[in-house]
Design a protein around this ligand. Structure first.
Ligand code: PHE
Ligand code: ZN
Length: 860
């Protein structure tokens, strides 16, 4: 039933389904290789529908079907079935058989841990589902599209001690459980979990006084002690959504399940969130500060989907950013409130540039709302998620906080229960503010990162900024119309005082100037404060001015940005002109390191050098062909120079950042540990790793243990520590993922492919587990100089593994092809090597639709 010839789906072809699904009753008779799924659905023909009754279905064995109780023989067609149906409301019933135990794609109903090939699943294996985006069609025949919403009742039959589905529990008996979800929902939000699970319980009283039972479900054993932080994060999220967005939870129970085999981070199924165990389980001994922060954010993200995604869902998958952009924006606001807003913003911009700008400036560039796709799984991208969130932020900046709040209230009021569109979303803002958002809408339709260049002049007390915007062509979009760009600007006096506080300039033309009057002297501008728009700012500036802004800017983002620009400039000149480490940079960095008035987390961010990939992207943007090995060398050289320059200061800061008392994952402590880890990295370059080895031995938490090990690997030491680490943690798969990951990521470039190849032969390397696959091959591809080794060994290694994984798990394979998306940046030899590997992948017999689409797009 799999598509023979992949079809392109277009936004413009949207047509509603001709029937309403009034209610859905499902019965699951669970068995590893022969689960029976019985469905009973009441359909109502819709006015104006064409009467064509098509249900999606994939990898299903149809046992029987009935309409209004009478057996029928539907026509099996590509991707589903068709049947002759009455013009009146009718009951559709079907029984199908599926095989969860052999489902390695991790879409539809599957079992985790995956059984060894040809063997039965282990006794601890659990049943689990993943339906977004189009996985429900692997469970039963159904109109598997988000605009078909229905009320689900689910009966699960089996011998599992715990059997869960969406909504509220209705009945539990010997060998069965019944769940009912009163909220209409699309099938992609369906979930079922069954297995031997233990609950970490909690409870929450909502703002209107309703009691909600909360549970985090894990397999019996050590995971049971790793739920407390997630539970607290969930409660914080529930409180925050009430306080900030006025959104209350709407069921009696909220369940979270941790599963080891999962393609993504987590999934917002109604009342039954399913999490990749790496995104929910945490303990001080096994999780880093970064893990804690990420877990808190993902729990919030999935919880916030209950309103932005579930109560208001998407009409079709082109509208994916409607729920994802908004929910990412909301979880970022949450993290900013729980922790440090500037630190969160800076970290998000680093990630945006690393993933979204990279995507937007390569062959995979696509609009935040794409207009066509072959496989929707390939569009869960940084553009849809992270750029989607930036668009919400810009909208909020343009209309102001009060209007944003009003618009959101109207959105919830007007569209609760709807499958909505971007047009609906923008309309609430237009209705609340009276603004015309037609030009703003281009942000959703045009791909590519705008270049915003700026020049200035000063005359008779008037300072003028001249802006010019230009967006490069992207696939299928040769010409771009100008965007509306909110440019937050502040002006500083040459003595460092702010003379004009932040003001938002609204640029709507291709070229536009803005003036500031009454200034005593020519100011220093701080442009694009708080990164007010996802653009590349181009300004001829010198390192004196950058150092000035790093020292004086009142906007924390731009303060950091000035340091970043300085470091980038220095590194780019080291690579392209063979320059030596710049003294102005070293002095500025040392001043930040020493400035005890600054938040340690901020100092850590300011001292971190831009990534090798970031430098490669910057060089390429400046018309220079980047050499990954030279970039690596330059970055190492600059770090070494900074270490020497700061040598006298490092021990003091290291000691000062020691956190007393028991480990707490809170931002304040985490920030100190972060700076201490950064300092340890510098120290290791001058003390041969003595301090790092000592920290490794003394570490009482994973943050410090891992930081120490990473420092040792960085200076090509740490062999014994790596072995001890493995011995200590060999029974904890999430920690062992880190063990795989850091070796692949930090292997010296010349050995990286060999080290990674050896890791794939380790008995603990199960390539079918997405976490382990990503930890190993994904980390290797992030080892820029190693992956891009001139002999092409890195490219070959990754291609070999993608070809192997594709038949088992197309979704994760396709996602990881993005390691090749930057290939056009590099020299002809490397391009030829990569192209060879891409063609080898593409020519593989039976290559999945997912991977075929991605590789074809990358090849262009
Ligand atoms: N909707 C999920 C989220 O953003 C992501 C996801 C997509 C998970 C597809 C699984 C499959 O939270
Ligand atoms: Zn999401």
């Amino acid at each position: 039933m799999k598509d023979a010839s992949p079809q392109t789906i277009h936004l413009k072809d949207y047509t509603p389904f001709g029937f309403e699904a009034e209610s859905v009753e499902l019965t699951f008779r669970l068995a590893p290789t022969a689960t029976r799924v019985l469905s009973k659905i009441r359909f109502l023909p819709k006015e104006g529908g064409d009467g064509r009754f098509f249900l999606h279905g994939e990898d299903l064995t149809l046992i029987s079907a009935r309409i209004d109780g009478a057996p029928v023989t539907p026509r099996l067609v590509e991707g589903g079935l068709e049947a002759q149906v009455p013009a009146e409301p009718f009951i559709w019933e079907a029984e199908v058989e599926i095989s969860p135990a052999t489902n390695t794609a991790l879409e539809g109903l599957y079992m985790s841990p995956l059984a060894r090939e040809g063997e039965a699943p282990g006794p601890g294996a659990m049943y689990c589902t993943q339906c977004e985006a189009e996985g429900f069609r692997k469970i039963t025949f159904y109109p598997d599209r988000p605009d078909v919403m229905s009320v689900f009742t689910v009966r699960i039959e089996g011998d599992a001690p715990v059997m869960l589905s969406n909504g509220n529990p209705v009945e539990r008996g010997d060998g069965f459980a019944v769940w009912h979800d009163p909220w209409r929902k699309p099938a992609y939000l369906f979930a079922l979990v069954a297995g031997d699970l233990r609950a970490h319980p909690g409870s929450f009283t909502t703002m209107s006084g309703k009691e909600v039972a909360l549970n985090i479900w894990v397999r019996p054993g050590p995971d049971e002690d790793k739920c407390a932080f997630g539970m607290e994060a969930l409660k914080r999220s529930m409180t925050w959504d009430e306080e900030v967005y006025g959104r209350e939870y709407d069921l009696d129970v909220f369940n979270i399940v941790a599963v080891d085999d999962f393609n993504m981070g987590a999934m917002e199924n109604k009342g039954l969130n399913v999490f990749n165990s790496s995104c929910v389980l945490a303990s001080p001994e096994t999780s880093t500060d970064m893990n804690f922060e990420r877990i808190e954010a993902i729990i919030a993200h999935e919880y916030f989907h209950n309103w932005t995604g579930n109560r208001i869902t998407c009409r079709d998958w082109f509208q994916l950013c409607l729920k994802e952009g908004l929910t990412v924006f909301r979880d970022a606001q949450f993290t900013a409130d729980m922790r440090s807003a500037p630190v969160k913003r800076i970290s998000d911009v680093i990630a945006l540039r690393a993933r979204q700008f990279r995507e937007d400036n390569g062959p995979l560039a696509h609009p935040v709302r794409p207009e066509s796709f072959v496989e929707i799984n390939n569009f869960y991208t940084a553009t849809v998620y992270e750029k989607g969130a930036e668009l919400i932020g810009m909208l909020k900046t343009l209309v102001g906080d009060a209007a944003y709040a009003k618009a959101l209230d109207l959105y919830f009021e007007r569209h609760d229960g709807d499958a909505a569109t971007i047009e609906d979303w923008l309309k609430v803002f237009e209705d609340v503010t009276g603004r015309d958002l037609a030009q703003f809408k281009r942000w959703y339709a045009q791909a590519g990162t705008p270049r915003l260049s700026v020049t200035e002049d000063f005359k008779d007390g008037t300072y003028t900024l001249h802006f010019k915007q230009e967006t490069p062509p992207t696939p299928g979009q040769p010409h771009k119309a100008p965007f509306v760009i909110p440019i937050a600007v502040g002006l500083l006096n040459p003595n460092g005082d702010e003379v004009v506080p932040t003001r938002v300039l609204e640029m709507t033309q291709a070229e536009q100037s803005f003036s500031f009057d009454g200034l005593p002297s020519k100011p220093v501008p701080s442009i694009l404060r708080d990164f007010s728009a996802p653009v590349i700012l181009e300004r001829a500036s010198d390192n004196t001015e950058r150092a000035f802004l790093l020292a004086h800017d009142t906007d924390p983002f731009n303060k950091w940005e000035a340091g970043r620009a300085l470091a980038k400039d220095v590194l780019c000149r080291m690579v392209s002109e063979g320059a030596t480490p710049d003294g102005a940079y070293l002095d500025a960095a040392l001043a930040v390191l020493r400035d005890d008035g600054l938040d340690p987390a901020f100092r850590a961010l300011a001292l971190r050098l831009p990534s090798e990939d970031d430098i490669a992207q910057t060089l390429f943007g400046a018309g220079i062909t980047p050499d990954p090995v030279e970039i690596h060398t330059a970055r190492e050289t600059l770090s070494q120079a900074l270490a020497q320059h700061a040598a006298d200061t490092l021990p003091r800061i290291y000691a000062a950042m020691t956190v007393e008392g028991p480990y707490r994952p809170e931002a304040e402590d985490a920030g100190k540990r972060d700076l201490q880890g950064t300092v340890l990295g510098l120290l290791s370059r001058i003390d041969g790793g003595a301090q790092a080895a000592a920290q490794y031995d003394a570490a009482g938490n994973m943050t410090q243990q891992l930081a120490a090990l990473s420092c040792l690997l960085m200076i090509d030491k740490g062999e014994p520590e790596l072995a001890r680490f493995y011995e200590q943690w060999k029974d904890d798969r999430l920690v062992i993922d880190k063990w795989f990951g850091m070796q692949a990521l930090q292997a010296p470039p010349a050995r990286a492919a060999a080290v990674t190849d050896a890791l794939t032969r380790h008995p603990d390397f199960d390539f079918r587990n997405p976490n382990r696959f990503r930890a190993t091959l994904g980390s290797f591809a992030a080892n820029a100089a190693g992956f891009h080794a001139a002999d092409g060994a890195g490219y070959r290694l990754l291609a070999d593994w993608l070809i192997r994984l594709d038949p088992l798990n197309p979704q994760t394979t396709a996602r990881m092809t993005t390691s090749f998306e930057t290939w056009k940046r590099y020299d002809a030899d490397r391009q030829a090597l990569i192209e060879g590997e891409l063609r080898r992948i593409l020519n593989t017999d039976g290559l999945s639709r997912d991977t075929t689409e991605m590789v074809s797009r990358i090849l262009g």
